[in-house]
Design a protein around this ligand. Sequence first.
Ligand code: DOR
Length: 444
Amino acid sequence: MGLLIKNGRVIDPAQNLDRAADVLIVDGRVAAIEPGLGSSGHEVLDAADQVVCPGFIDVHVHLREPGQEYKETIATGARSAAAGGFAHVCCMPNTDPAIDDPSVVQLIQDRSVAAIGVKVHVFGAMSKANAGKELAEMGRLADAGVALFSDDAFPIQSSELMRRAMEYARMLHRGVTLHCEDKTLAGDGVMNEGPVSTLLGLRGIPNAAEDIHVARNIELSRLTGVRLHICHVSTRGSVDLVRRAKAQGLPVTAEGCPHHFCLTDEACLGYNTQAKVSPPLRSADDVAAVLEGLADGTLDCIATDHAPHAVNEKDCEFDRAMFGMVGLETVVPLTLDRLVRPGVVPLSEAIAKLTLHPAQVLLGDGQQPPPLADPLMGTLRLGAPGDVTVLDLDRRVVVEPEKLVSRSKNTPFGGWELTGSAVATVVDGKVLMRDGVLVDQEQG
Ligand code: DOR
């Protein structure tokens, strides 16, 4: 018995496919895409008036386990992902202990198998304990199955150490995904440096703190040949640098996050700690540049930087609040409402930014794909893993933080009314969410 997803509009950017068809998944793999497939013996998921896409992939998620389970666990984060429409998430190494040792990789792999079924790709630390002082044992981490290497949240300041980390990553057929921030410039800033920070009397982080490190890391990618993915691009300068690097043929990709394309630093007014994030929310001109980058393909991926924090870590003075916000359950409505509806990014391209392009980031040079990175991930080609996300473009959504599935509720989007949502998530032919409700919740 297989799973038949019936009557949908199938959009698969990898095949340039946009047509009415049924999708049949047998033994966890795509077996047919044809109109009018017979349903006999198969479980049926009706997708009439809905869009059927490859399963969404988020290349930037903080799952917090091990060490900060009060914010999120692999189990709760995976459920939040399934509820948001994600079949795959990639977890960042700033856990406690950091993902700098094969035993931590193993723990995450084991616990994700026991979770709801979303595939969890593990990103390894580049330096021991994320301290930026000495390299982690990257070879052992690659052997243990890490998909990419990252310094997220703890950007490596030494250009020499970054160069060596990139050389190892390249040798190990792994890309790197980097948080670009010059800490000497960012100092103890807590928000974007500009008129709003002045008005609030808060210390600012200038755009240059990001731009300088984007430029540095692009030059180090040129030097080492490593595939470089730039995390959470927030400034016009970064967008321009990535655009130029791509024009020069460098192996550089980048992501944009919903908070950076939906909000300016004015969201911090009133000392709203839900809007405190790193890199910070920027000016209207920067938001316009991120939108331009998403529209012209400079920003390949949409990623959440899902960063759960507990109530007391946000319900405090702005200076003391943690950076970050949850994102897995709001990214699809924000993308459909803010990018697709106004025509900034066509629907098929928005889907590509959540499927094909993140898959390419994970697959890297393709020579030694990481364990969960199937060469056909991110598409619905025949034989591909049966990972599917179903969208209802007309569903009205009101963001209610207390109803989020994530263990943490820190979002600046509470009360937003949006149109469009993920309504089903399927992994390897197994339905995790249907009609907007997690199946494990349906069962009680
Ligand atoms: O806002 C952020 N929160 N940015 C990061 O880079 C890290 C993240 C976190 O781990 O909380």
